[in-house]
Design a protein around this ligand. Structure first.
Ligand SMILES: [Zn+2]
Ligand SMILES: [Zn+2]
Length: 415
């Protein structure tokens, strides 16, 4: 039995259930638009923010509008209120992976949700094509049942063998048109992101095909130099997969893919802020490369929220020591055990990044990578800000250490 069984059942039921009106007063709101003390927010029974502000009379009126009494509102007592965190690259938590079928998704999502990740793009690891297509269909079906799943990210099979990281080399392949088509066919619109090494045969062509289909191609797990990466972004790639990891680094005579991403204003840059995938001085440096375009991602695997020990990443064996996951076979880093809650806390408390910029990197920037900062077909109301018309995704946070204490997704209380 999973030690988290009761939490998983509670979170899953809440997400599959109805939204309720929410009123929170006396909060320090922090989002990409800045910091506002003595603030309140009120959301409707449809899970959408109807008003936010500072005056008490307006607070009472907004509560009235959604059928609540302001005296029964949640008193934040000065705690931090942020939009729910959005993780666009992670593989699992609490012993389960997003590749483990519908039940695995419930478990892993709950493991992130109780730490404030209200919405998530589910990363699927490299597997045989038929397995990947089955996993894609499972994600698609889940999206109809609950608001928190934004779709899937295919990390593979179109990766460079020399930059495979913890992906099974047996399953890597070139992005031939018939394979791309088979994945799009299985997806029924649920693929958000596909990581591609653009230098592979058909790489640029696949980037064009995916972008035309509404997917955001990502450059990563590649040997691409600057020119090759630039060609990928010019062809429509909109994300750099975990900057610094599984790609050529920065060199003054071999610039590599990082400057190509920085120079293109349409590209969102993923960054794993765990101090291990990327050491702190490089997190600080890299975070400054592209203001408002760097998204914290976790790349979290099944061991997230679990004790050290033996785990699986796809078909490969992983050992976790001191929270650091490595392949048993060759010692390659095999995903993280990071939570966005920890990434934001580290940014503020250890790296000196401003709270507004740290929250932005875990909310609006991630949402914008897929157009979710505007009304859209997946989330309905936009996500990523505490503002009228945005989804009722809230985290109430202890200002002392940035621990997430209470969580709502689309007006559903998760913690
Ligand atoms: Zn990766
Ligand atoms: Zn990954």
């Amino acid at each position: 039995m999973n030690v988290h069984e009761q939490d998983v059942a509670r979170v899953t039921a809440a997400l599959e259930g109805a939204a309720r009106p929410v009123a929170i007063g006396n909060a320090r709101v922090i989002d990409a638009d800045g910091m506002r003390d003595d603030s309140w927010v009120v959301s409707s029974g449809q899970g959408v923010i109807v008003a936010t502000g500072t005056g008490q009379r307006e607070f009472a009126q907004a509560c009235d509008q959604v059928g609540l009494d302001a005296r029964e509102a949640i008193d934040a007592r000065g705690r931090i209120l942020t939009p729910g965190y959005v993780d666009i690259h992670a593989h699992g938590a609490w012993g389960a992976s997003f590749d483990d079928g519908a039940d695995g998704i419930d478990v892993a999502r709950a493991g992130h949700a109780v730490h404030g990740t209200t919405r998530q793009v589910l990363s699927l690891i490299t597997n045989p094509l038929d397995v990947m297509c089955a996993n894609i269909r499972t994600v698609r079906a889940k999206m109809d049942e609950r608001p928190d799943i934004l779709g899937c990210h295919l990390e593979g099979p179109f990766l460079a063998v020399g930059r495979k990281g913890a992906h099974d080399p047996e399953c890597l392949t070139n992005p031939e048109p018939h394979i791309v088509e088979a994945m799009l066919e299985a997806a029924d619109g649920c693929i958000r992101q596909v990581t591609i090494a653009p230098e592979l045969p058909h790489g640029i062509e696949a980037i064009r095909t995916l972008a035309a289909a509404g997917v955001v191609p990502a450059v990563g797990h590649c040997d691409a130099d600057y020119g090759m990466a630039k060609a990928g972004f010019d062809a429509g790639a909109g994300i750099l997969t975990h900057m610094f990891n599984a790609m050529n680094g920065l060199h003054h005579r071999e610039p590599g893919p990082i400057p190509a991403a920085v120079e293109n204003p349409h590209v969102t840059i993923e960054l794993i802020n765990d101090g291990f995938h990327v050491q702190d001085p490089m997190v600080r440096l890299g975070f400054g490369f592209a203001p408002h375009r760097t998204a914290f991602v976790t790349d979290a695997m099944a061991a997230t929220g679990c004790p050290d020990g033996a785990y699986k990443l796809g078909a490969l064996d992983v050992n976790v020591v001191d929270g650091h996951a490595r392949l048993v076979s060759n010692g390659a880093i095999a995903g993280s055990t990071l939570l966005l809650e920890v990434a934001v806390a580290r940014a503020v408390n250890e790296l000196g990044i401003s709270p507004v910029a740290a929250v932005e990197a875990a909310t609006l920037t991630a949402a914008r990578a897929f157009g979710f900062d505007k009304p859209n077909a997946v989330t309905g109301a936009p996500i990523g800000l505490i503002a009228k018309g945005f989804a009722a995704d809230f985290n109430l946070i202890d200002p002392a250490d940035w621990t997430v204490e209470h969580v709502w997704c689309a007006g559903r209380a998760l913690k």
